[in-house]
Design a binder for this molecule. Sequence first.
Ligand SMILES: Cc1cc2nc3c(=O)[nH]c(=O)nc-3n(C[C@H](O)[C@H](O)[C@H](O)COP(=O)(O)O)c2cc1C
Length: 210
Amino acid sequence: MRLKVIACNGSPNVNGNTAYALKVVSSVLENHGIETEILQVGSALISPCSGCRACAKTGMCAITGDDLNLWIRKLEDADGIILGSPVYFAGIASPMKCFLDRAFYILSRDRKLRGKIGAAVVAVRRSGGSAAYDNLMRYLSYSEMLIATGSYWTIIHGRDPGEAREDIEGNDSLTILAENMVWALRIREEAFPVHPCPDTPQRRIMSFIR
Ligand SMILES: Cc1cc2nc3c(=O)[nH]c(=O)nc-3n(C[C@H](O)[C@H](O)[C@H](O)COP(=O)(O)O)c2cc1C
């Protein structure tokens, strides 16, 4: 079966700079025979997490009216995930945060993403790129994913849609990330039958109050 990567675009701009960055990475993956799909998260009306924790019992989000439960299944079935967001006030865009809080709370709880290959890209006009990048990385690392990286933390610069195309070094970073991601996916594919995820002790949840 073909390897598959899901790329999540957290920008409301379907053809903006984040979309461009994800397409640069996806096209390299496709050239290597890896299937890609972009989830257009940023222009969907996604409710924030209500904190009800019903998902702990059902494995699904209790909030209806958006595509989150459908998208969760896609992430669960993928071999790799790329998170992409524009930088808004030195952080990630709000629809992306709503999506990630709900999706990763569910998926990481049951360790559904453990050992998959993760990557992050951000689009920024000027400043705040690494804060947003770090923010995306925290979802991947919390979920025990294996991280693919480019150089200079895959932050691409541009304001209006299409401007990111002119950021030469940013484009090179994205290509490096894409090739490294292909490499990691291939290593994972070959190695996992021999070296599956290790057994680990049960994590003991502690809230510092008892
Ligand atoms: C609400 C809002 C907040 C923004 N905040 C920042 C910021 O903190 N730093 C920055 O350099 N650019 C900021 N920008 C510019 C975007 O990050 C930039 O235009 C980016 O390329 C947009 O990506 P997109 O085309 O994928 O939507 C902001 C844009 C908007 C609309």
